[in-house]
Design a protein around this ligand. Structure first.
Ligand SMILES: [Zn+2]
Ligand SMILES: [Zn+2]
Length: 121
C-alpha cells in the first residue's frame, strides 16, 4: 500500500477568455501494489510482474494529475470572457459593444427546434 500526496501546478488556458492561468492541483493517491493476480479489479491496484523490483510511481502520478484537470477550464468562476464582437478581454476592459443577453424565450424555441430535428432522425 502506498499513499502519496501530489501537489502540482498546471498552466492552463481559460476556455472563456483564452488567458493562461495557474491551477493548483492537490491529489491524494492510494495505490496497492501486488504481484498476485486477483479477480478484483480496482483502479488502485497495480499489478506488478514477478521481475519488478523497482516501482515506478511516476506514470500513476501523472495519470492521476491528468484526470484531475477540470474538463471545463476557467481562470475564475466569474470570468467574463472575451467580447464576441471585438474580442476585448472583458475581465480587463469594458468595451462599448452592445452584446445583449440572449432572450430566454428564443433559447427555449431553439431547444424545441433542436429536439424536433433530432426526433426526425
Ligand atoms: Zn478566463
Ligand atoms: Zn466588444
Amino acid at each position: 500500500m502506498c499513499s502519496a500526496d501530489v501537489q502540482s501546478r498546471f498552466k492552463l488556458t481559460c476556455d472563456r477568455c483564452l488567458g493562461d492561468y495557474l491551477s493548483d492541483v492537490n491529489e491524494h493517491l492510494d495505490l496497492i501494489f501486488t504481484k498476485e493476480e486477483d479477480d478484483e479489479k480496482d483502479d488502485n491496484i497495480v499489478l506488478l510482474s514477478q521481475q519488478d523490483i523497482d516501482i515506478d510511481l511516476l506514470p500513476h502520478v501523472r495519470e492521476a494529475l491528468i484526470l484531475s484537470i477540470p474538463f471545463k477550464k476557467l481562470c475564475s468562476e466569474d470570468c467574463k470572457g472575451l467580447c464576441i464582437t471585438c474580442g476585448a478581454d472583458l475581465n480587463h476592459e469594458a468595451c462599448t459593444c452592445k452584446n445583449e443577453e440572449p432572450d430566454p424565450r428564443w433559447e427555449k424555441l431553439k431547444e424545441l427546434k433542436k429536439s424536433l430535428e433530432s426526433a426526425e432522425e
